[in-house]
Design a binder for this molecule. Structure first.
Ligand SMILES: NC(=O)c1ccc[n+]([C@@H]2O[C@H](COP(=O)([O-])OP(=O)(O)OC[C@H]3O[C@@H](n4cnc5c(N)ncnc54)[C@H](OP(=O)(O)O)[C@@H]3O)[C@@H](O)[C@H]2O)c1
Length: 279
């Protein structure tokens, strides 16, 4: 079946890459930015969905300032939580599939083996709690798919790579990076491919997508700077931040692999492409 895609938050890091990849494939796509559609406005959401009649809605709109969310929990809950309820009701109106993007931060990171889709959630931060509210809201859509992902980097957004490179640009060649948080960095064009694969199959429920292999932020930083700087491993205690991050947030992508028949892509290849695209 041919699909018509509606993307919210289409100017964000994921939204931009997803919109571009769908357009490149010649898919029928309607991409709306925050200016076109504020997802917290229930009436506007209902109206645009009824007008555009997508078969798939991908919600890329989100409040993503993890540390700021500690002070702005109500706003984070409105954008990451209640807005998803509006999208779920609108999807039901026209029997569309709602694909909602969520995060490894819904887990507390106490496991030491990859987080499966059935593992219990227990967010450590306001951002994580708001994203969990969003997951629950997404289930109000008769046809819904929650795609949890992690450690995103893409050319259209601020991200860890730019934070590291900015330090080197300022002349800091002795970087200190935490080595006690493990995860799976993920290049946003790879996530876009995964979302499209899952959408094309009308997959529902929960799926995790993250690139391979797992590593720590220290490992990731070393791959980013190469010989341009020294990287010293440190612990999270040495870098207190307003929001607590899970120490271990490796997502198991087993269900994604089963549904699509393909392995996740490599963040090392994604990093090479990223560095060639973003000077
Ligand atoms: N970044 C990560 O490492 C990461 C990891 C795991 C999961 N995720 C999830 O991945 C998804 C996409 O994240 P991202 O990294 O692409 O974030 P992003 O670059 O911050 O994009 C989010 C977009 O949503 C827009 N937005 C904010 N409030 C809105 C509203 N009320 N109505 C409509 N649009 C609104 C933002 O616009 P403004 O910028 O103008 O506010 C922005 O364009 C999110 O669900 C996020 O939780 C991200």
């Amino acid at each position: 079946m041919a699909h018509r895609w509606l993307i919210t938050g289409a100017n964000g890091m994921v939204g931009t890459d997803l919109r571009d990849e769908l357009a490149r494939r010649g898919e029928d796509v309607v991409a709306v930015t925050k200016t076109d559609l504020d997802v917290t406005d229930a009436g506007a959401v209902a109206e645009i969905v009824r007008r555009e009649k997508p078969t798939i809605i991908v919600n890329c709109a989100a409040y993503t300032k993890v540390d700021d969310a500690e002070k702005n929990e109500a706003l984070a809950n409105a954008i990451n939580g209640s807005a998803v309820e509006h999208l779920a009701h609108a999807a039901n109106d026209i029997d569309a599939l709602l694909i909602h993007i969520s995060t490894d931060f819904v887990f507390d990171g106490t496991k030491r083996t990859p987080y499966d889709i059935h593992d219990a959630t227990a967010p450590l931060s306001a951002y994580g709690r708001s994203k969990l509210i969003g997951e629950q809201a997404a289930t109000l859509a008769r046809k819904h798919l929650i795609v949890r992902t992690a450690w995103l980097f893409g050319v259209n957004g601020p991200n860890f790579i730019e934070a590291i490179r900015n330090q080197v640009r300022k002349g800091n060649t002795n970087l200190r990076v935490v080595n006690d948080q493990r995860g799976r960095p993920t290049y946003t064009p790879h996530l876009a491919n995964a979302l499209i694969r899952l959408g094309m199959q009308d997959a529902t429920g929960i799926a995790h997508y993250a690139d391979e292999p797992e590593c720590t932020w220290f490992d990731f930083a070393k791959a980013i700077v190469g010989d341009a700087a020294n990287v010293e491993p440190v612990t999270s205690d040495q870098f207190p931040r307003p929001a607590t991050r899970p120490a271990y947030s490796v997502l198991s992508t087993e269900r994604y692999e089963r549904l699509t028949g393909v392995r996740p892509e490599s963040w090392e290849e994604g990093l090479r492409e990223y560095l060639s695209l973003r000077a």
